[in-house]
Ligand binder design. Structure first.
Ligand code: URA
Length: 246
């Protein structure tokens, strides 16, 4: 499919500079189209087939941008907020135009957050029909008994109602015991397929327990890398993007 775009727009989308700077760069012969020096910044290119390079670096056709962030506590999963730091404020070196977090983590929840401008992917990952698994490391006030583990796995009443007024139990999920944390608190790994408001905290409350610390460690095929500290982010690899799109 042909997809024509002005060269200066294409270069702008790749954060090469302002339109004025780009005009100057092109005039200075720094940009090539299919290996031939471009002379005008307002020419039309086919972004699906033309090879565009700037200072001899080939610019990718990547249309969308994908980042994985280890969200720290105290930061909100929103694009703007009058009071608190947002997850987009943490992507300080990026052009954040059009980026949104894929779903929400509570302000006091840490961990994996996908941030992208690929609205289709966000929609697919959050769609209740797709049941994308999300795994949380849950640090608890009290050790979880086998009976409460079984209740969580089967589905609990967290106070939600269906349209007909009946109890909307949580869907079956998976719980595994993990070693206690550094403070000696019991830890479980909880994998859920839904994304209801405060779901994990409400599920543990439903069995008389309390979440003291919560961290998301995976979402679908995406895992939180061990070397990504809270507040750090990196672009997704092509392999990670391909797996998410499968
Ligand atoms: N469940 C919660 O209770 N909080 C989150 O941030 C995510 C899932």
């Amino acid at each position: 499919m042909e997809c024509f775009l002005r060269l200066d727009k294409f270069l702008g989308e790749h954060n090469i500079g302002t339109r004025k700077q780009i005009k100057e760069y092109v005039k200075n012969g720094r940009c090539k189209i299919n290996g031939i020096v471009a002379t005008k910044s307002d020419v039309h290119i086919d972004e699906n087939s033309d090879e565009i390079s700037f200072d001899d670096v080939l610019l990718s056709y990547e249309k969308y941008h994908y980042f994985i962030l280890n969200k720290p506590q105290g930061v909100v999963s929103a694009t703007t907020d009058g009071k608190n730091i947002t997850v987009l404020d943490l992507l300080k070196d990026e052009n954040i135009k059009g980026l949104s977090p894929c779903g929400r983590l509570d302000i006091d929840t840490e961990g994996l957050l996908l941030i992208t401008d690929d609205g289709g992917l966000i929609h697919r990952l959050l769609s209740p029909k797709k049941h994308v698994d999300k795994t949380y490391e849950v640090h608890l006030r009290d050790a979880l008994s086998d009976a409460d583990k079984a209740k969580l796995e089967e589905g609990v009443n967290i106070g939600d109602k269906k349209e007909d007024g009946s109890v909307d139990y949580t869907l079956p999920c998976m719980v595994t015991y993990a070693p206690c944390d550094d403070l000696g608190r019991p830890v479980i790994l909880l994998s859920i397929h839904e994304g209801r408001f405060h779901q994990v905290k409400r599920m543990l409350k439903a069995v008389g327990n309390e979440v003291l610390f919560l961290k998301r460690i995976s979402m679908g095929t995406l895992q939180l890398p061990d070397n990504l500290q809270p507040g750090e982010y990196r672009p997704l690899s092509q392999q990670e993007i391909d797996l998410l799109n499968k």
